[in-house]
Design a protein around this ligand. Structure first.
Ligand code: SF4
Ligand code: SF4
Length: 134
């Protein structure tokens, strides 16, 4: 039996979708963009991922304050719409129940992102310029 067939509810899940927030960002296409992504990734608990549609996201790994010790939502009846939609409409493809990886790439550090750029032959480094004296 597949994981999807065995688990059609949130039972057994440690509240995986309640432990981060992610917001869509533009696909990086220039040195300024690469620099911004490197900057994000230099911070603790910040990740960047590319989902199966090729969309780029900035992710902050941080537990929702409303998740209790039993991994349940303490404001279930008034939880945000985005939580409701995730639980009800995308349930069979949520990150815990799906057998497929939710992303094509997930960068955990600036080094990982730099290696990805190097593999694509992209030079992300700025040319050395003298900083103006202030
Ligand atoms: S929707 Fe999926 S990830 Fe979220 S709590 Fe339920 S099983 Fe876990
Ligand atoms: S409000 Fe509830 S369902 Fe939404 S992320 Fe927080 S604990 Fe999860």
């Amino acid at each position: 039996m597949s994981k999807n067939e065995a688990l059609l509810t949130c039972d057994g899940c440690p509240g995986q979708c309640c432990r981060h927030v992610a917001t869509e960002i533009d696909e990086p296409v220039c040195k300024r963009d690469y620099d911004h992504i490197r900057w994000y990734l230099l911070h603790k608990n910040v990740f960047v991922f590319v989902d199966q549609n090729g969309d780029w996201f900035l992710e902050f790994a941080t537990d929702c304050e409303q998740l209790d010790d039993a991994h349940c939502c303490t404001i279930y009846e008034k939880r945000p719409r985005i939580c409701r939609q995730y639980g009800e409409q995308e349930h069979e493809v949520c990150e815990y129940l799906s057998e497929d990886a939710p992303y094509i790439y997930r960068f955990h550090s600036a080094e990982e992102f730099e290696a990805y750029l190097a593999q694509k032959g992209i030079d992300w480094r700025w040319k050395n310029r003298k900083l103006k004296q202030q």
